[in-house]
Design a binder for this molecule. Structure first.
Ligand SMILES: C[S@@+](CC[C@H](N)C(=O)[O-])C[C@H]1O[C@@H](n2cnc3c(N)ncnc32)[C@H](O)[C@@H]1O
Length: 388
């Protein structure tokens, strides 16, 4: 099978992590961009990237690129594409457009113009036209315009890849699954010690961590990928890829646990864990973190996203102070990582982070911070807080 270029999209701050995922999976010419990684592979690798990448939110397959300085040139460029290769007159389609630069300013307008060019072409040649279906189309197109440079791609994923399929129940501030996986990977946890999410909400961080530790493909529970509706969809090839990924699944000898103080949330976390078929590997307890202590002497890693004060009302200064106090007093022999967009809150933790990594949670600029608590000392280690 022939290799072609693909673009995996991700969140700011996770490009290197995604590139490493793609390299390990076997992608060629992996190159890091901003919020994306380009790579090469064949159709089987495209299936694999969709199935296995934890930090990708889309895998795009570019089909052509051209220059356009105005809407007329855009229209003509789109009409030059041999659309019959990808769809028929009875196919439905949807267009997602993004624009950067001075020439094209409205993504909706670009999507509209592209749609016109496609349907006009079919109408002219076949007397009838394909319909648009934004919810469940047969073909999803992605148009990216940067100044006068137009890139047209097929979207092989469909709904964002963070829709893993296991999360049926959420609290009011669940973290995006791909982001949760990225944070766990950024922290370096791969199943080498016990893990606790002390504010686990609907359990996303724990489920993603367990899948990382056991090498379970991220999208094993997902219902559908867009490529399943393509004319070259090869179900046998996909099944072979899935089977070979499943052969690499391992056990995790360490404990993966979650606490949350809200009883309603505990049930939701358990339901999601059951959907992901990970009940055997993750335990959830109703527990106020601020009244907890580390169990035993084994080294422990914490990873969590505390309320930022955006969607969940909290007294930020006091709350972040309590995080620091709990870590100092109750968690010797622990590395604690958490993500927050609340920079003011961070000042009240009262410990100096040993790492501080800039990431984005949706549009919220955030920091993933690490605090190292040493065994035998009630103090956190004070280190430089140089930001990465
Ligand atoms: C932003 S949410 C976490 C979301 C979670 N990562 C998810 O994917 O659903 C913060 C969670 O912290 C919990 N929480 C707040 N204070 C807590 C405390 N003192 N102890 C334990 N959990 C707490 C809340 O109930 C809420 O579920």
């Amino acid at each position: 099978m022939q290799n072609f270029k693909m673009v995996a999209k991700t969140f700011f701050g996770f490009e290197e992590i995604l590139a490493e995922e793609l390299r390990v999976l076997g992608g060629s010419n992996v190159r890091v961009g901003v919020r994306n990684v380009t790579f090469e592979g064949d159709t089987g690798f495209m299936y694999k990237a969709n199935l296995c990448c934890r930090t990708a939110i889309k895998i795009l397959k570019p089909i052509t690129e051209f220059r356009a300085h105005n809407e007329e040139e855009l229209y003509r460029g789109i009409q030059k594409i041999n659309w019959r290769k990808y769809m028929t007159v009875t196919s439905t389609f949807a267009i997602n457009a993004t624009v950067h630069g001075e020439l094209f300013k409205h993504s909706q307008f670009v999507a509209f113009k592209t749609k016109d060019a496609i349907v006009d072409k079919f109408r002219k040649e076949e007397g009838t036209r394909p319909d648009v279906d934004t919810k469940n189309p047969d073909l999803r197109l992605n148009i990216h315009i940067s100044n006068n440079y137009v890139n047209v791609a097929l979207d092989s994923s469909g709904a964002s890849l963070h829709h893993r399929g296991y999360r049926t129940s959420t609290n009011i501030a669940p973290i995006n699954e791909a982001l949760a996986a990225g944070l766990v990977l950024l922290s370096g946890w791969k199943g080498q010690c016990d893990l606790l999410d002390p504010m686990c909400g609907s359990g996303t961080m724990l489920i993603e961590a367990a899948m990382i530790a056991m090498n379970i493909p991220a999208n094993l529970n997902r219902k559908e990928f867009a490529f399943e509706k393509w004319s070259d969809w090869d179900v046998d090839l996909y099944e072979r890829i899935e089977q070979s990924a499943l052969k690499r699944v391992t056990d995790c000898p360490f404990t993966i646990r979650g606490y949350d103080k809200a009883p309603s949330v505990i049930e939701k976390a358990r339901e999601n864990i059951k959907n992901a078929q990970l009940e055997e590997f993750i335990t959830i307890e109703r527990q106020d973190f601020f009244e907890s202590e580390k169990d035993g002497d084994d080294f422990l890693q914490l990873i969590f996203n505390p309320p930022y004060g955006e969607r969940l009302p909290v007294d930020v200064d006091r709350f972040y102070g309590q995080i620091g106090d709990t870590l100092k007093q109750g968690y010797p022999g622990t590395h604690a990582w958490f993500v927050t967009s609340n920079m003011e809150g961070l000042k009240h933790v009262g410990l100096r982070p040993s790492r501080k990594i800039k990431v984005f949670n949706g549009k919220l600029e955030s920091r993933l911070v690490k605090y190292e608590m040493y065994a035998g000392s009630k103090k956190g280690k004070y280190m430089n807080d140089g930001e990465e």
